[in-house]
Design a protein around this ligand. Structure first.
Ligand code: GCU
Length: 430
């Protein structure tokens, strides 16, 4: 009992026989931060099929890939319904002299099902003014609203989801002036545009408000063929919905002649890093995928007992993954996949995994080892995989088809990270 502590969160235990719902405190082991206590684990082999056959050539990989994709849908992220979406949009503002004349900035409202009275999302796009043809794009969601990535006062203040108090309900309201640019440090727009890339972002709350009841106000009831019906244990949840939103942004990119839809680098930080990996696995139009400090349920191996665990994440964020994922809270070893197989689903497209040394919660070593365990799939598909089989030291980026770095510092997106992302995309887009 010594290493157990009462978790702050509560688990609801339903006692069906009594017809009662009783709330009991969940006891969860404290997070482990000791390498010596990680213990032994065996990873499922991405190159052995469900029926036990070894995949030895590229052609058989497609079949195995669809098996793995289905395993992730069923047990981890839930199924994204195959909708025949035809987006529509309206440009709501344009500034041809944005970022000191470096870029043209455009805001758009996208009608996600084509209908103006259906769900919508707002896109903010910067296209470099100096360009000779369609430009590559960095696409990423943001946490605060599009106005958060720049302090430019002409960006529309969007409707965002906020909470009055720590325990209060989430309400949607117009963002306030003082939140302009609150995330701008994480989006070095001038640098990105100066290197010839367009930048596109959207607010993740437009797609799924990030809290346990967010489902009701998400795009899911409007988009899912099941409408308002309660989700099944293998139905999509927040990460699935956010991924779907990114695919709709991609639909837009395909229609914009200034943008090169074949060169879209999808990136995300933390929970949005988990999302970029899943979106990149599901939608093969994304040419490069970047996951910054994506941790548990992202790049980090679930079986490695270090930092956040499956149980922790499912308890604190029950709305991120599908219902079935909760079955593995205390039995991670029986999961038919681990996160290296998620990275493998992106193969042979370049993928970049980034860690921060002080971000132990995300298990930097587990992120690296996961990238390494995806290497055999990348090699089978004729790429150079992950070039280093030892975890590199700080600030020694690996830029092979599976890229990786660990930098000093905390959980964040820094200029150093962006510098490496752009070096990586420069290399693989050229
Ligand atoms: C929490 C969560 C992580 C997640 C992070 C984030 O720390 O436990 O899994 O990556 O939030 O998204 O900021």
């Amino acid at each position: 009992m010594k290493n157990l502590k009462i978790a702050e969160t509560l688990i609801t235990a339903a006692f069906c026989c009594l017809g009662l719902t009783v709330v009991v405190p969940a006891q969860q082991p404290e997070a482990n931060y000791d390498e010596a206590k990680v213990g032994r684990y065996t990873l499922p082999d991405p190159l052995i099929t469900n029926s036990g056959k070894r995949v030895t050539d590229k052609r058989d990989w497609r079949q195995r890939r669809s098996e793995i994709l289905q395993l992730f849908e069923t047990h981890v992220y839930g199924r994204i319904p195959k909708t025949s979406t035809r987006i529509n949009w309206e440009v709501t503002s344009t500034d041809a002299g944005a970022l000191k004349g470096l870029a043209t900035r455009r805001e758009m409202t996208v009608f996600l099902t084509g209908a103006k009275d259906g769900p919508r999302m707002n896109l903010l796009l910067y296209v470099p003014n100096k360009r000779t043809g369609p430009v590559p794009v960095f696409l990423g969601m943001n946490f605060v609203g599009n106005h958060g990535i720049s302090s430019d006062p002409s960006i529309t203040l969007p409707i965002v989801w906020l909470r009055e108090s720590r325990d209060g309900a989430y309400v949607s309201r117009r963002a306030t002036e003082d939140s302009r640019g609150s995330a701008s440090r994480r989006w070095p727009l001038e640098k990105i545009v100066s290197r010839g890339y367009a930048v596109m972002t959207l607010y993740y709350g437009d797609i799924f408000p990030d809290h346990k009841d967010g489902w009701k106000n998400s795009i899911i009831p409007a988009v899912s063929p099941k409408g308002n019906a309660a989700p099944a244990p293998d139905d999509w949840n927040a990460i699935g919905a956010w991924s779907w939103g990114l695919s709709r942004a991609m639909d837009y990119i395909e229609k914009d002649n200034a943008l090169n839809a074949k060169r879209v680098a999808l990136l995300g930080h933390s929970r949005l890093g988990k999302t970029s990996l899943w979106a990149g696995a599901v939608d093969e139009r994304f040419a490069i995928v970047i996951a910054n400090e994506s941790g548990e349920g992202g790049a980090a191996l679930s079986r490695r007992n270090f930092g956040e665990t499956v149980e922790r994440i499912n308890t604190s964020f029950p709305h991120w993954f599908c219902g079935n994922y909760k079955k593995y809270n205390r039995d991670v070893a029986s999961l038919p996949v681990d996160q290296h197989m998620l990275i493998a689903l992106i193969a042979p497209r370049p993928v970049y995994i980034a860690s921060a040394a002080e971000d132990l919660w995300a298990d930097p070593r587990g992120e690296y080892l996961s990238a390494l365990a995806a290497d055999p799939v990348y090699r089978l598909l004729g790429t150079d995989g992950l070039a280093k089989s030892e975890m590199p030291g700080l600030h020694q980026p690996i830029t092979s088809t599976i890229g990786y770095h660990i930098r000093a510092g905390k959980h964040d997106v820094t200029d150093y990270d962006w510098e490496q992302f752009m070096n990586f995309t420069d290399r693989h887009f050229k």
